[in-house]
Design a protein around this ligand. Sequence first.
Ligand code: ADP
Ligand code: MG
Length: 238
Amino acid sequence: MSGLKLTNVKKSFGAVEVIRGVDLDIADKEFVVFVGPSGCGKSTLLRMIAGLEQISGGDLFIGEERMNDVDPSKRGIAMVFQTYALYPHMSVRENMGFALRFAGANKAEIETRVAEAARILELEPLLDRRPGQLSGGQRQRVAIGRAIVRHPDVFLFDEPLSNLDAELRVHMRIELARLHQELKTTIIYVTHDQVEAMTLADKIVVLRDGRIEQVGSPLQLYDDPNNIFVAGFIGSPK
Ligand code: ADP
Ligand code: MG
């Protein structure tokens, strides 16, 4: 079980409060999408959930466990960023297995997990290539593969498609929906793209200036936006 619960979560950088009391329930295996203008705190929230940023106030639970002070490696979370650096001198196979070596996995286990991720992401024919021999979409799939091999309970995606061209984004969107079906994990996904949000989300969280403006299913937000700000983000004419 890997639902998440945030209660009155806050974050300050120096005197500036950038996350200003967020309450949010995420169900196990739910696909939740964060949207909102640049600077509203989407990445900061993800980074706090991942443990890359200390929480200034409030509580974060993953499953039953309070995670505020738990080491990032012990949260059962894997994060995929917008800019992902693959190791240029390593093959796809080595890129995907690399982190597992440090986690103490043995060779057979690494092989099994890499093979599984390669199958899911249709990277099998590319395992011996180097990143320089891959397209943008293929490289992004390798970055996702590095997360999959860790068997996380929760995936965090921070605008993972925003560096890809339009056609690839559509393709990757379909892949991500399939991935969620197949892996059956909880996903929190940040995007600027309304179509991405509407098609992928079970639940959309609209953020504004460090607070939640509205939470709902894509249809709920489309049919009944609380205000013109939400309507603007979801694309319905309020
Ligand atoms: P988003 O991802 O929605 O664009 P961010 O979470 O990156 O927004 O940033 C939210 C706010 O926090 C912004 O005003 C940003 O400038 C500020 N911020 C983010 N990280 C830091 C940091 N390490 N130090 C100071 N301010 C930061
Ligand atoms: Mg961001």
